[in-house]
Design a protein around this ligand. Sequence first.
Ligand SMILES: [Zn+2]
Length: 129
Amino acid sequence: MENAHKKKEIAEKKGQTEKVHKEEKKEVKLDLKGCGDRKCPYHGNVSVRGNVFRVTVISAKVPKNAIVTRSLAKYVKKFERYKKMRSRLNVHNPLCINAKVGDIVEIGETRKLSKTKNFVITKIVGREK
Ligand SMILES: [Zn+2]
């Protein structure tokens, strides 16, 4: 009987500790300002420096992620003409901006945010027609 009682007590204690843990987590979430995204240029700890481009969003399926495209004109010496080129970039899409497909956005260079991302969307400029 004593053993069973002890087990019950332990179970109750475990339950209590879990609850406390959850409450702590909630408090931490409330403490974060703005959108709570650490990689946000306004509310996180990411500084924008270096290149700034104006690009078009072509995919925004993954949360906090966007694929953008940038058109370039590269000079070809042999033909004395410009060649149209495109570059695709994987950029960070902060929660408070949340750009969608077709948006024209401004992106800024940051530190490496993940394996493939080192740019972040800083603002939405307009929409592609
Ligand atoms: Zn934000």
